[in-house]
Design a protein around this ligand. Structure first.
Ligand SMILES: O=C(O)c1ccccc1NCC(=O)[C@H](O)[C@H](O)COP(=O)(O)O
Length: 257
């Protein structure tokens, strides 16, 4: 069984517990839309990532509120919070704390297979949810996409190959993330953004976000040159001495054409 299949199997068990959980229904102030931001200018989606299956512990003791505020002050377009407990050591509470502490959009980064998870993310303050095409049949992707947008969330649809890009376009996704990491093997290559960007319809309605494996501002310049408007960055920011400076530089860098 590859890691993605293992994670999804764990999610199926966890969802049973969510059903019994007390519903979170905090009132969060209205937040701007990530799509609007990225249509106007390039931006960094800065991630809170304590650990990962490929790297193990990254920053277990991080003060997530302080980290999120650094991201916001540096001009991040949005904050991504990994909420998976088993493999990433995150939690829905992390998301809730971050959503309360910042005024920019907040992405619930998890492996969504059910409406229950989407409602829970919204209840905790997320304004965006992730749907991973590799983890969903086309009909499931469509159903969950519709559900999320119907309750006012933005949806980032993550793809890794041409077939998944076709699935994302079939639901008319506006935020499409090209994951440079193969979730089954952990191989990372920014060339994946270049390859799929060549098939991406740059029609002014949707934006391309390059995810994973971005380490330097030159990496950011490379993917902006491919047509990306956004980059999603986890490990690099969690290990950076000055994550704010990294965000500022990667936001301002000129695309390499
Ligand atoms: O990061 C992993 O090891 C991983 C393994 C299996 C499924 C998903 C995984 N990562 C989730 C992410 O999407 C990344 O956290 C995100 O794209 C940022 O990546 P990076 O900048 O390389 O930390």
């Amino acid at each position: 069984m590859n890691i993605l299949d293992k994670i999804i199997a764990t999610k199926r068990q966890e969802i049973q517990a969510y059903k019994k959980e007390e519903q979170m229904s905090h009132v969060f102030p209205g937040k701007s839309k990530l799509l609007d931001h990225l249509k106007k200018k390039n931006g960094v989606i800065a991630e809170i990532k304590r650990a990962s299956p490929s790297k193990g512990a990254i920053q277990m003791e991080v003060d997530i509120v302080a980290q999120a505020q650094k991201y916001e002050h540096a001009g991040a377009a949005a904050i991504s919070v990994l909420t998976d407990e088993t493999y990433f050591k995150g939690s829905i509470k992390d998301l809730q704390k971050v959503a309360q502490a910042v005024s920019i959009p907040v992405l619930c980064k998890d492996f969504m297979i059910s409406e229950i998870q989407i409602d829970r993310a919204k209840g905790a303050g997320a304004t965006i949810v992730l749907l991973i095409a590799a983890a969903l049949e086309d009909q499931e992707l469509q159903r969950l996409y519709r559900h999320a947008t119907a309750i006012g969330l933005e949806v980032l649809v993550e793809v890794h190959d041409e077939e998944e890009l076709t699935s994302a376009l079939a639901v008319d996704a506006r935020l499409i993330g090209i994951n440079n990491r193969d979730l089954k093997t952990f191989d990372v290559s920014l060339e994946r953004t270049a390859e799929l960007a060549a098939r991406f319809p740059f029609d002014g309605e949707r934006v391309l976000i390059s995810e994973s494996g971005l380490r330097t501002k030159e990496d950011a310049a490379f993917v902006y040159g491919c047509g990306a408007s956004g980059i999603l960055v986890g490990e690099t920011l969690m290990r950076a001495e000055d994550p704010g400076q990294w965000i500022e530089e990667a936001t301002a860098v000129e695309a390499i054409k």
